[in-house]
Ligand binder design. Sequence first.
Ligand SMILES: Nc1ncnc2c1ncn2[C@@H]1O[C@H](COP(=O)(O)OP(=O)(O)OP(=O)(O)O)[C@@H](O)[C@H]1O
Ligand SMILES: [Mg+2]
Length: 249
Amino acid sequence: MAEEYVVVKDLYKSFKDIKAVDGVSFDIKKGEIFGLLGPNGAGKTTTIRMLSTVLPADKGEISIGGHSVRADAEAVRALIGVCPQELALYEDLSALDNMVFFGRMAGMEGRAAREQAMRNLKLMGLEGRAKGKVSKFSGGMKRRINLAIALMGSPELLFLDEPTVGIDPQSRNHIFQNVLELQKGGLTVLYTTHYMEEADRLCQRTAIMDGGQIIALDTPRNLKSKIGSPDKVTLEDVFLNLTGRSLRD
Ligand SMILES: Nc1ncnc2c1ncn2[C@@H]1O[C@H](COP(=O)(O)OP(=O)(O)OP(=O)(O)O)[C@@H](O)[C@H]1O
Ligand SMILES: [Mg+2]
């Protein structure tokens, strides 16, 4: 198995009396697509925010590409791309200007940022809309732009926090194909989703979180084989079996 690119040890984060992340440990291998599943409020986004240097952990250690997030956040930021759950786009700017802006934020020089922005827009099937204002884009187009932005600066590790919410099967498939292509190029991915079939299709290993803790972590096939024949049960069966049927929030 490949080397560990991400190592998370005993991570904690509380917001007042809410234990959002409550003692989480896992690793992600280089080149792996690692799934993080869990009901609403499980702590997935909070985990990603700590890994991506946005939110300080109360306790625990995170290492990315050999750099400690606590000690060397700058080095970590140079290695990562983040596709946030809430769209982070400037509606009044064009697609291209959004991408160039975020490329510059990632430390790219103007010309290089423009060139990569055009490449990434092409990757997302949006090169014809480069000059279009984002406010005029459909939901699926905005999601694809959100992903194209995360790829600015050519990260080694990509955080995808529910990248396929509210989009049609065509856009979703397009995103899948891109993620798989990027993986072939060596990209490591942390992928969260509420669509179990996505995790089953994309992820080499998947953690299931609930109440701030990881309650299972394995390959999709091994997770399924815990409750039945892996060719008959779905990851959704496993998920409901482990997390129960009560609503979270
Ligand atoms: N900034 C914050 N202030 C207070 N509480 C927060 C904050 N961020 C998250 N929480 C709480 O922490 C818990 C975990 O939230 P988080 O967003 O990490 O869950 P999630 O697994 O990403 O859920 P979802 O699937 O709905 O996106 C929730 O109870 C949430 O209300
Ligand atoms: Mg979330």
